[in-house]
Ligand binder design. Structure first.
Ligand code: SF4
Ligand code: SF4
Length: 419
């Protein structure tokens, strides 16, 4: 199998195909700290793409409560257990070797592709087919907290930031439109492909024969089988909107349905520029996603150790035990939470851009404003400035302008009872 460079792992890894990269890559940042689990994203996706016969159990976007929830049930624990069985006690990171081209250091363990190779056989990646029962409940164990076991009343103790004794959090999930997709590698019909223009991963329905190898080998369990048509389906990245063909958006790229409806303002989508030779993100510090992932390092990939180089990034929840988060997001967790707790001036301004527009932002600029507050965070002085941030679409139009402090409006007396 060819070797490809996985920058999230800081090393080469084997993959079924030679490296081939898109011009731009569909990517997103989710701020877990702000999600209220309203499932508006879930329903926006469902009512757009999976409302037909045979799609009843399909939720291309779902929001699950961790640590116990999951759709399909137990998907991540099963994958982590399989990796551990393939490489006992070997799933470790060398975070000290972090540097250019390897922001989280080097992953020393096995990816799902390497574990399959070690096992022998035909499969490209280790995996499993969830049972019908595991697909049945998209929101099982909602709002169920974990805490110290067998200690009556302990749930109420020590519940202070930064880490809560009892805890849970919401994990928002959709296809990661991975750079090395396991679904693409798994398909014996070559029916799944990654689009060269935006990196969106699609299943060609006319080639698919319903073997469900993608369902089995995608570690995130995003492809789903439709019994009425006998082919598999998955998130299509709302490609007509990303292409700019939605009549609402003047031919310019627009965010997906799940991104654009989020009342918690936790979601931002982008199209990052990719170096066609190396697969690395082209340096673009004025792109909000590049800034958050590569520069501020506040957002991290979900289970990077699986090896698919997923393009969904998460700002980790600040109240959750760090070991759990490191298993889920890799060794960058402490740096990301520190960056979020006391954000730099630039990061605080960029965080205002979440859900300010449906148009995909390609660039931001910041105008400096006055200092408005001094506070102490984690024993250190932190100052807040009322900077103004502007966001620009692909054509360079300014589409959004926001200040850090929300403007305060007083309704004139003559309108007090106008509703
Ligand atoms: S719409 Fe936003 S806040 Fe609501 S569940 Fe989805 S991600 Fe969370
Ligand atoms: S998340 Fe799964 S379905 Fe989506 S691109 Fe990655 S491997 Fe394929």
């Amino acid at each position: 199998m060819p070797d490809v460079y996985n920058w999230q792992l800081g090393r080469d890894m084997s993959y079924r195909f030679d490296a081939a990269y898109p011009d731009r890559q569909f990517a997103f940042v989710f701020n877990i700290n702000r999600c209220l689990a309203c499932q508006t994203c879930t329903m926006a996706c469902k009512s757009t793409w999976t409302f037909s016969e045979g799609q009843e159990y399909m939720w291309w976007n779902n929001v699950e409560t961790k640590p116990y929830g999951g759709y399909p049930q137990g998907w991540d624990v099963k994958l982590l257990t399989m990796l551990e069985q393939a490489n006992p006690d070997g799933q470790a990171w060398d975070a000290r070797s972090a540097g250019p081209g390897r922001p989280y250091g080097e992953y020393k363990g096995m990816t799902i592709f390497e574990a399959a190779q070690a096992k022998g056989g035909q499969d490209q990646a280790i995996g499993y087919l969830p049972t019908d029962q595991e697909w049945q409940a998209p929101n099982i164990h909602e709002d169920t907290a974990t805490g110290p076991k067998g200690v009556p009343g302990a749930y109420g103790k020590g519940a202070e930031l930064p880490v809560h004794t009892p805890w849970f959090f919401y994990l928002q999930r959709l296809c990661n439109h991975c750079s090395y997709p396991a679904c693409v590698a798994a398909c014996p019909r070559n029916a799944i492909y990654k689009r060269p223009e935006d990196g969106i991963v699609l299943i060609d329905q006319s080639r698919c024969r319903g073997y469900r190898k993608c369902v089995e080998q995608c570690p995130y369990k995003r492809p789903m089988y439709r019994a009425t048509t006998r082919v598999s389906e998955k998130c299509v990245g709302c490609y007509p909107r990303v292409e700019g063909t939605d009549p609402l958006n003047d031919g310019l790229p627009m965010e997906t349905r799940c991104m654009s409806v989020c009342p918690g303002k936790i979601r931002m989508q982008g199209l990052v520029q990719i170096d066609k030779k190396t697969g690395e993100w082209v340096e673009d510090p004025e792109n909000p996603l590049y800034f958050m992932v590569k520069q501020a390092k506040v957002a991290l990939p979900l289970y990077p150790q699986f090896g698919t180089q997923p393009n969904g990034y998460y700002i980790p929840p600040r109240w959750v035990p760090r070991d759990y988060l490191r298993q889920m997001f890799g060794p960058g967790v402490d740096e990301a939470i520190d960056a979020y707790l006391a954000p730099s001036r630039e990061l605080l301004a960029v965080l205002q851009l979440f859900r300010a527009t449906q148009r995909i932002l390609f660039k931001f600029k910041i105008e400096k404003g006055p200092k408005v507050r001094d506070v102490v965070i984690g024993g250190k002085k932190w100052s807040m400035y009322n900077d103004t941030v502007t966001g620009y679409d692909r054509a360079g139009n300014e589409v959004v302008r926001l200040s850090v402090l929300e403007p305060f409006h007083v309704r004139p007396k003559k309108y007090l009872n106008s509703i």
